[in-house]
Ligand binder design. Sequence first.
Ligand SMILES: C[S@@+](CC[C@H](N)C(=O)[O-])C[C@H]1O[C@@H](n2cnc3c(N)ncnc32)[C@H](O)[C@@H]1O
Length: 404
Amino acid sequence: MNTTEPDTAARLHARLVDLLVSRGTVTTERVETALRTVARHPFVADASLDSAYAPDDAVVTKRDHTGAALSSASAPGVVASMLEQLDVQPGDHILEIGAGTGYNAALLAELTGPAGRVVTIDIDQDVVDGAAAALASTGYGRVEVLCADGAQGHAPAAPYDKIIVTAGAWDLPPAWWRQLAPTGRLVVPLRITGGTTRSIAFDRQGGHLVSRSMMTCGFLAMRGIGAQSEPTIALADGVTLVLGDGRTAPPEALARALDEPATRSWSGIAIPSGRTFQHLDLWLATTCQGFCRIVAQISAVETDLATPAFRWGGAAMTNETDSLAYLTIRPADVPGILFELGARAHGPHGSDLATSLMDQIQLWDKEHRDTAPRIDAHLKPCDRTHLAAMTVIEKVHTVLAVAW
Ligand SMILES: C[S@@+](CC[C@H](N)C(=O)[O-])C[C@H]1O[C@@H](n2cnc3c(N)ncnc32)[C@H](O)[C@@H]1O
């Protein structure tokens, strides 16, 4: 329980929203007003005020016996961006999947106002009890908090103008399709392929969903019937390869690939400061065969055992037998340029993989550097004739079609 003076909370709260506005994360007055109205610290009562109002940090509120996070309040910057994506209008009926602390549900209630309706679901009864109590004590007792598997949605209150999912989904289950209004919007952190996740705002267009915006994000994975594990392989102490969808356990030889000497190649492609390459991994995930991700602990980076461009999930490729290559970076010695992209490879076929990776980086640089793809989602069974020109990703219930 926070016992610090209300002044400190109010100051940190105002500073957080000011920052989100100045960064351009908050772009509409409506979201700004909601963020200024709803204090965050009552929803994360065990956290310090500094943690409650840190812009980029999630606050973990429940862990399992191994210490893995089961529930959290998402980072305020992510919450704000997803609310901008959702575009709530006064009077909207909204379903949230992943009640967590109840903070986002309170923001949704502010945005839709008294004429609207907010239903929020969590799979975990403890979490539901906590969210309901926090919502009641902050004046948002009108939010309906339910314990259920969010993959089933909540049919009695459907249709919903907006559905927002705040746990990482791998598929779009049929209930969400059935319960979303004909002109509704779904915002969901979706593992698209190879573990590459984006928060996508989908609009319903005829029988399918079309992406309107997407942003990079990381989320606790959904539990329950929609859970989908990702096979992983430990390559060395502190280095893990996360294999993509539908991949089977990799062979022993791949587990030893890092023992093989590394080769490095450099692309000549520079990343200037202030310029992002946020969709490069998605480009590689949708174009490279054998795409996967490499995760390295700081200790592994410091000893040069593995140096992925992103420590927590750098783009990589394997031939699924004995070799791998992954995206790496080196600082550039040129003013205004942050670093140069390259590939590091291990194993007998590592250099072939590095060449393929480099080819795709070059193509991305020429044609897709500043673009995000459009992603269409179709509920199965669906007509596939018009999907031929797109990269098709199979899920259990849905087909995703990616166009760059
Ligand atoms: C990142 S937290 C949600 C944060 C929340 N929106 C907030 O404002 O604090 C993700 C939540 O999703 C819940 N969850 C995971 N799988 C779920 C499922 N299948 N159905 C409903 N909730 C689920 C977890 O228990 C966890 O509380």
